[in-house]
Design a protein around this ligand. Structure first.
Ligand SMILES: *Cc1c(COP(=O)(O)O)cnc(C)c1O
Length: 380
């Protein structure tokens, strides 16, 4: 049996007709960048995320970058984030000229630990604390970071909060949606995200009218009015075609999320039945809405062998992420070393993402669990 990590072709079948009709209309209009389709998607995403405004941008990475730029974060400044994330989170901080500061994760949820965050800020000398401008919590795998204490700490130290919600559209924390709790929420429409375009795309949400205005200006080179520049922006515009695709998909998102949640439940029941508690740790379960961008297990031992074994059995898996940010070659000048963030380092060595996409069948899920069981029961 084949169980790919992700199969977007199944999903495409269900929206193909609408996408092709919309594409034809759009090509006839020859209106490709920003415009009414982007504007209506912005309204839909703002509503969906319980945010006041949304600004369509070129990618999730650019969503992070433009949020930092809106706060004039740059050289001399520092920004705290997690070492256990996709590269873009840390990369966009560095690209502004600011220095990323890493803080370890909560080993249960893989999200930034509020305790470590507070300790890190408390132990900073005053001069360093004055340079600290923002915190970027990442809602990893589709589950919100522990935002209440994070927001409290950021309020106390007057820090901007930029939520990296690239993996978490629609996920909730105490009734609030990802991207609506901080000053900015950053979303990605990369095709493999839960709400993916047919190319690159992204969105920034904010509840602030001022930030909204500046985001719109920065998105088009800082031009306001046209050809007059008080600030320097970039080309961070979203294509009308990508907006149209995302808009069509958004109507299905809750149903797809439900299917992912059902698959997760299925995995949980099967693993429980398989009696592997001492080797396989399942994703931490909270009451809050988890949208399962990934279903990530942690195994005690032989993760890479397991991965090869599953691959040979036709099962796709992935490691998100094998190298924590503080150990990336490009950040060697930050002077971190192995051992600095034990929880992130342990996760990087022991986690494995299993297929969880909505169209997965019960048989496929059963097969995955069966094979994992076979691997650990195999004598060698
Ligand atoms: C995907 C992702 C991004 C970047 O989004 P792109 O649209 O690919 O630029 C940023 N942060 C996290 C956590 C992501 O998963």
């Amino acid at each position: 049996m084949k169980v790919p990590l992700l199969d977007l072709k199944e999903q495409y079948k269900t929206i193909k007709k609408e996408v092709l009709e919309t594409a034809e209309e759009l090509f006839e209009s020859q209106y490709f960048i920003l415009g009414p389709r982007v504007a209506s998607l912005e309204k839909e995403i703002a509503d969906y995320c319980f945010s006041k405004h949304a600004v369509g941008v070129s990618s999730g990475t650019d969503a992070l970058l433009i949020s930092l730029m809106t706060m004039d974060i740059g050289v001399k400044d520092t920004v705290i984030t997690t070492p256990y994330t996709f590269f873009a989170t840390a990369g966009s901080i560095a690209r502004t000229g600011a220095r990323p500061i890493f803080v370890d994760i909560d080993p249960k949820t893989y999200n930034i630990s509020p305790e470590c965050l507070e300790d890190a800020i408390d132990s900073m000398p005053r001069t360093e604390r004055e340079r600290l401008k923002a915190v970027i919590p990442v809602h990893l795998y589709g589950q919100c970071a522990d935002m209440a204490p994070i927001l409290e700490i950021c309020e106390k130290y007057d820090l901007v909060v930029i939520e990296d919600a690239a993996q978490a559209i629609g996920s909730e924390y105490r009734g609030k949606r990802a991207g609506s709790m901080g000053d900015f929420g950053c979303f990605s429409f990369f095709p493999s995200k839960n709400l993916g375009a047919f190319g690159d795309g992204g969105m920034v949400t904010t509840n602030s009218n001022d930030f909204y205005g500046k985001l719109c200006t920065l998105r088009a080179h800082g031009s306001h009015p046209k050809y007059y520049h008080k600030i320097i922006g970039g080309n961070f515009r979203l294509d009308a075609f990508q907006a149209a695709v995302v808009s069509i998909k958004l109507k299905h998102l809750d149903q797809w999320t439900k299917a992912r949640q059902n698959n997760a439940e299925n995995y949980r029941a099967l693993f429980k039945h398989a009696d592997m508690e001492d080797v396989v740790e399942l994703p931490y379960e909270k009451e809050d809405r988890h949208i399962y961008n990934q279903f990530v297990i942690r195994v005690k031992e032989r993760r890479d062998d397991l991965r090869r074994f599953l691959n040979d059995a036709g099962i796709g898996t992935e490691v998100y992420y094998p190298v924590p940010m503080h150990l990336q070659a490009c950040f060697s000048d930050l002077n971190y070393k192995k051992g600095d963030f034990p929880a992130a380092e342990h996760a990087a060595l022991h986690t494995l993402a299993l297929p969880i996409y909505p169209e997965l069948s019960d048989d496929q899920i059963e097969y995955v669990v069966e094979k994992i069981k076979a691997f650990y029961l195999k004598k060698n």
